[in-house]
Design a protein. Sequence first.
Length: 72
Amino acid sequence: MKKPIDLSELRKSLPAFIARKRIEHYLGGIYTQAYMRNLDSKGEGPPHVKIGHNVGYLRDSLVDWLELRAGI
């Protein structure tokens, strides 16, 4: 049986806000900035926040979205 992925450590280690341009760094390269931009444009990415010209994700929203994608 497949063991569920535990993202609790990721939730603890991420900063409160993750800039989209730094997403690869924080997620170990699993998702790229360009891929996240594409998902956001289609409404399929995690809820995002725009501050000036910068786009990013609140930690809990991002991890919740990752859990949904992982089927947790």
